[in-house]
Design a binder for this molecule. Structure first.
Ligand SMILES: Nc1ncnc2c1ncn2[C@@H]1O[C@H](COP(=O)(O)OP(=O)(O)O)[C@@H](O)[C@H]1O
Ligand SMILES: [Mg+2]
Length: 242
């Protein structure tokens, strides 16, 4: 284990009914951004949900700064400093941007994050503050989902496929924003199937195959190994830089 490990996952198992989906998953992350990559159905989202206390049938151990989180309800996991941006964003159809943010920021004035800082990070959200969530573009919805989790002042931000369905220009903005969060000390655990997003944001990559961590690799290794890209993600290799 690296000396600066903050999250330690040990022999984590998760089940949906009789289906044993996570199988003895063990890894730890430090404060450097870490990516979890893998094809569809490999258990990446289940891993996030298990860490966040959102699944019932789990066993093993999830420690954050030494504190056992497994078995705690999601609000206690959040109170320990973890925030989660779920796959597909999960916004409230009937609420505006501002209402989403107010819902989280109420009575919480001394954290690092407040609505003004959120609007500085994502100026587009300020322009759209009175728009309903369903009127937002995919990129704006993703910004709002991230913004909402930042208002919890997380020490560790877990994001499940944040770039899914976004246009390339929007993805660039998303990458900048996530880099900024990392630079100011928020630890990042990023689940991604978009290899260029994953390698731009994280050096360290854990590969999930069939509910297990099957390999650990680096952005450099991945970028230079089209075979591994195919094996791990089932995608065509990254295009050569012009
Ligand atoms: N709510 C659920 N009930 C039953 N099976 C599920 C449920 N959610 C996911 N699964 C199954 O668990 C496995 C892992 O899914 P998931 O964690 O969503 O993978 P990934 O995020 O890597 O695409 C898949 O076989 C999927 O079909
Ligand atoms: Mg998923």
């Amino acid at each position: 284990m690296p000396p600066d490990a903050i999250l330690e996952v040990k022999n984590l198992n998760a089940y949906y009914g009789p289906a044993h989906v996570l199988q003895d998953v063990s890894f730890e992350i430090g404060s450097e951004p870490t990516a979890i990559i893998g094809r569809n159905g490999m258990g990446k989202s289940t891993l996030c949900l298990s860490i966040m206390g959102m699944l019932q049938k789990v066993d093993g151990s999830v420690r954050f700064h030494g504190e056992e989180l497994l078995g705690k309800p999601p609000y206690k996991v959040a109170a320990a400093g973890l925030a989660f941006v779920p796959q597909g964003r999960r916004l409230f159809q009937s609420l505006t941007v501002e209402e989403h943010l107010r819902l989280v920021s109420n009575g919480n004035g001394n954290g690092r994050w407040n609505t003004e800082r959120i609007y500085e990070l994502f100026p587009r959200l300020a322009e759209r503050r009175r728009s309903g969530a369903m009127q937002l573009s995919g990129g704006e919805q993703q910004m709002l989902a991230i913004a909402r989790s930042l208002l919890l002042d997380p020490k560790l931000l877990i994001m499940d496929e944040p770039s899914e369905g976004l246009a390339p220009a929007v993805i660039d903005h998303l990458i900048d924003a996530i880099r900024g969060l990392s630079a100011e000390g928020t630890a990042i655990l990023l689940v991604e199937q978009n290899l260029s997003v994953a390698t731009e944001l994280a050096d360290r990559h854990l590969v999930m195959v069939a509910g297990r961590i099957a390999a650990e690799t680096t952005a450099d290794e991945l970028e230079n190994d089209p075979d591994a890209q195919r094996r791990y993600l089932g995608v065509e290799p990254l295009a050569e830089e012009a």
